[in-house]
Design a protein around this ligand. Structure first.
Ligand SMILES: NC(=O)c1ccc[n+]([C@@H]2O[C@H](COP(=O)([O-])OP(=O)(O)OC[C@H]3O[C@@H](n4cnc5c(N)ncnc54)[C@H](O)[C@@H]3O)[C@@H](O)[C@H]2O)c1
Length: 295
């Protein structure tokens, strides 16, 4: 399998395209927005430049990686030769169901369809296709070129063969794949989101302040970043939506989003991307400095 198509050129899509291209795969990067494609390619170039300046790759590696990527807004054209499509479009159930229906129609019979969804059921997505046994979750972590883990999620009908192909492919990307089953939150978010929610609840109950909570978890538990700061990086709206999926999926009050989280999202305080969450990122230099710390 040498040809990969990636749907969505946003935060995750451009990182996934970068990672495949750097490992020698030919990548078609597809987005409905030309602006998103331009921005995605600029991000990939900037990230490769950083790797060159850190002497992790050479100028020739950078040029080869970029030559492996082609951008298009035409989904049909983009997936024509793909052995695997990795969908990383906006996290919205209706949108993903629509994309997978279309992918099933336009992709070749043997093409494996993967989704990078953080929380939507793989089995539900697979059910709108005529190839549910060939639909799988490939949950990369942000930032994709750096983070080692890929959570591989088997839908109810995903075959052993397809799972093995995707596990092997992830290893070719120099990643560590971990196989899990398709239940709300999978493994990563099922464990991470209750911790983030409990941190917000701790703040809401007035037990301690933002930096105190983060410092306890950083210095006491050796976490590289406090949970409230991590929530700011993930996006508070994204945290809320994943908690809602788990709350509705398990019908268990332990996943109920903290009222403070709900209020902050309603008030547009979404974290780094909106300039303010638990921390203030309003001065662009300050946000950049914080982001660099974790790059
Ligand atoms: N951001 C994270 O930290 C993170 C981590 C793991 C998984 N994810 C998952 O990855 C996926 C993408 O998230 P993101 O943060 O990159 O989002 P994003 O908003 O940065 O990018 C989404 C992109 O999808 C494009 N898009 C929307 N509809 C499309 C369509 N019909 N066809 C093609 N492109 C379309 C948009 O134009 C945009 O460029 C989501 O499912 C999300 O849950 C995100």
């Amino acid at each position: 399998m040498k040809n990969i198509a990636v749907i969505g050129a946003g935060t995750m899509g451009n990182g996934i395209a970068h990672t495949f291209a750097q490992s020698g795969f030919k990548v078609q990067l597809i987005d409905i927005s030309q602006q998103a494609l331009d921005k995605g390619l600029a991000t990939i170039t900037k990230n490769l430049d950083r790797m060159v300046s850190k002497e992790k790759i050479t100028e020739a590696d950078k040029a080869e990686t970029l030559s492996n990527i082609t951008c298009t807004t035409d989904i049909k054209e983009g997936v024509e030769y793909a052995g695997l499509v990795v969908e990383a479009a906006t996290e919205n159930t209706e949108l993903k169901l629509k994309i997978f229906k279309q992918l099933d129609e336009v992709c070749a019979e043997g093409t494996i369809l993967a989704t990078n969804t953080s929380s939507i059921s793989i089995t539900q997505i697979a059910a709108v296709t005529n190839r549910p046994e060939m639909v799988i979750g490939m949950h990369f972590m942000n930032p994709v070129p750096i983070m080692k883990l890929v959570e591989i999620i088997r839908g109810y009908n995903t075959t052993d063969e397809v799972t093995q192909t995707i596990m092997d492919l992830s290893k070719q990307l120099n990643k560590i794949p971990v196989e899990v089953n398709d239940y709300p939150g999978f493994v990563a978010n099922r464990i991470l989101m209750p911790m983030i929610n409990e941190s917000i609840e701790t703040l809401y109950n007035g037990v301690a302040g933002v930096s105190e909570i983060d410092t306890v978890m950083k210095l006491g538990m050796a976490h590289p970043m406090g949970p409230l700061q991590l929530a700011d990086f993930i996006g508070l709206d994204v945290c809320l939506s994943i908690l809602e999926v788990m709350y509705n999926g398990f019908k268990n009050p332990k996943y109920a989003p903290c009222p403070l989280l709900v209020n902050m999202v309603r008030a547009g305080k979404l974290g780094v991307k909106s300039g303010e969450g638990f921390y203030d990122y309003s001065e662009s230099r300050k946000a950049e400095k914080v982001a660099k710390q974790f790059a």
